[in-house]
Structures are given as C-alpha cells and as structure tokens.
Design a protein around this ligand. Structure first.
Ligand code: AKG
Ligand code: FE2
Length: 307
C-alpha cells in the first residue's frame, strides 16, 4: 500500500504552528505526488452516503433513459457517456455544478431526490475545495495574488464526473479509467471502493480508500499556476476484479470560469525549473476541453509548455 500524505483539515485552524506545518505538508504533497488524502474534512457521512446511493440508482436506470443525456459535445452541461478508451470501459455522467441554481434544472430528474442529494454533496465539496485552495495558494507563498486568484476560484466552474465501473465478470472488457491527468485546478475524489492508482517515480501506486477520507489530485491548471512546481498527477482506476459489485466514484473538478485564462503566478516565474523562466503559456478551461475533443495525441500540458 502506498504511504501517501494525509492532511487533517481542522489542523489548519488549530494554532499558527499547526497551521504552518499543515501548509508545509500540502506543499510537499503537491510537489512530490500531486496528491494527498484529506481526513476530518467536515462533509457529513450521511451526505456522502446519499450521493453514492443516488449515483448508483442513476446508473441502474434503463440504458435508453441514460442515453437521452448522451452528447458528443465535451462542453455540454450534462453528458452521459458509455466510454471505451482502448481496453478500458466505464460509464460516466458529467454535470456542471456551479453556480448550482443555474445548472440544477438540467440535471437528471430521476431517481427521485437525485438533484437534492447530489446538490447537497456538490455544495459541501465545493466549500471544502475553496478551503483547500486557500491553503494551496498559501503553500505557494502567493500573498500578493491570493485575493485575486482565490476570488476567481470561488466564482469558477465546478464539474462533477460520476463514474460507474461494472463488475469485471459482467464484461469481456477491462473495466477502468485509463491513465490521465485532470482538466482541473484541483479534483476532490470520492470512491465507493478502492481502485484509484497514481503514478509516482514511474511506478503505479495503489491509493488506499481510507475510511472517511477524500482524495485530492493536482490538476493541470494548478501545475500551470505553480509554474511546474506542483505536478499534475497521472492517475487511473483499476477496480479489483474479485469484486462482484459496481464501483462508483465521484470526481469534483474545480476550475476558474470556463474562459478565464490560467497563467503561471507572476511571483513564481523566477522559480522556473530551467532557471528564471515562465514555463507555460496562458490557457483557459475551454482551450483544454477543445484539446480533449480534438483527439490530439499529445497531452494538453505539452501543448502549452514554453520551451
Ligand atoms: O474512479 C476513479 O477513481 C478515478 C476517476 C477519475 O480519475 C476521473 O473521473 O477523472
Ligand atoms: Fe481523473
């Protein structure tokens, strides 16, 4: 089992000494792994159980009903997809979630309580992500930019990606999600069962599903903001084939507004790995989504690197 960093959230508010040690731990975690667990995160168990329950019920609906929400448009507010990428198969439902009032009416109507329960989860996870982002901004020593970046993050787009992985025995395909980095600043992940793996030092590490924990992943746009100091983490999902149950995960991706340009923080450009330089061009989430839709082989980050 991978020995990965665990952030205990209430320590951020305990006293200045505890706070600075947590901020340092976040800095190390984002730099070395692009990943950490968060425990004592404040989202009630009941909210988490309900979100997983209604997600499971959604995926059990007849395929024809789910396919009414299918679309090839990667920018669509609500999109169901039966995905097979290479040898990996899973179903997912993507939902835009912030501002919630704006998007809620486009969410699935059934199962009953879907909107209510997922809406509560999405608000809770959003609150958590704002707190985490504040700590991340601090961990990069971005005092001058804190207000501006933090404000943009708070007004940004939140996307929920609900994944359903059928039991392996029901399919001749390999069930899972292929290696990828996330199109986010940070992603907060909830898993019903283990299966997430992250790449570190050219090996894949299993991420244990610690009781009561959520997983936090550094996305491509945080790598950009940090001018390469924080690594967007390559990850994949390989549910255990011994399990006869469907594995669910809910990824909450947090971004700036869709057309807001994300650039390396000015204070950090002097820390560029190749000495005093800005490592990435500015890009927006829409640029990233267009890249995903284009089928281009290179990863998005490669296309925005300044050589
Ligand atoms: O199911 C998982 O553990 C990972 C899902 C994921 O990486 C994603 O939806 O971006
Ligand atoms: Fe992901």
């Amino acid at each position: 089992m991978a020995d990965l960093p665990i952030i205990n959230l209430p320590l951020l508010h305990r006293d200045p000494l505890a706070k600075s040690s947590v901020i340092k731990k976040i800095r190390d975690a984002c730099h070395r792994y692009g990943f950490f667990h968060v425990v004592d995160h404040g989202i009630p168990d009941r909210v988490i159980e309900d979100a997983l329950k209604v997600s499971g019920e959604f995926f059990q609906l007849p395929m024809a009903e789910k396919e009414e929400l299918a679309s090839d448009d990667v920018c669509k507010e609500v999109r169901f997809c039966k995905l097979e990428m290479g040898e990996f198969a899973r179903d997912f439902l993507k939902l835009y979630a912030n501002p919630l009032d704006h998007f809620l009416a486009s969410w699935p109507r059934s199962p009953p309580y879907y909107r209510e329960k997922m809406g509560i989860y999405s608000k809770e996870v959003r609150k958590l992500s704002i707190e985490l982002f504040g700590a991340i901004v601090e961990s990069l020593n971005l005092d001058n930019q804190t207000n501006h970046l933090q404000k943009n993050f708070e007004q940004g787009l939140q996307t929920l990606v609900l994944n359903s992985y059928a039991p392996c025995s029901e399919s001749d395909k390999k069930i899972g999600a292929p290696p990828h980095t996330d199109h986010s600043i940070i992603t907060v992940l909830l898993q019903s069962a283990p299966g997430l793996e992250i790449e570190n030092g050219e090996t894949w590490k299993n991420v244990p599903n610690l009781k009561g924990s959520l997983q936090v992943l550094v996305g491509v746009h945080l790598e950009v903001i940090s001018n390469g100091f924080y690594k967007s983490v390559l990850h994949r999902a390989i549910p255990s084939c011994g399990d006869s149950i469907t594995r669910l995960s809910i990824a909450s991706l947090h971004n700036l507004a869709i057309d807001e340009v994300v650039e390396p923080a000015a204070e950090l450009e002097i820390d560029g790995e190749d000495g005093n330089s800005r490592m990435y061009k500015g890009s927006s989430l829409r640029d990233y989504l267009k890249h995903l839709a284009s089928g281009e082989k290179r990863g998005f980050i490669e296309t925005i690197k300044i050589n």
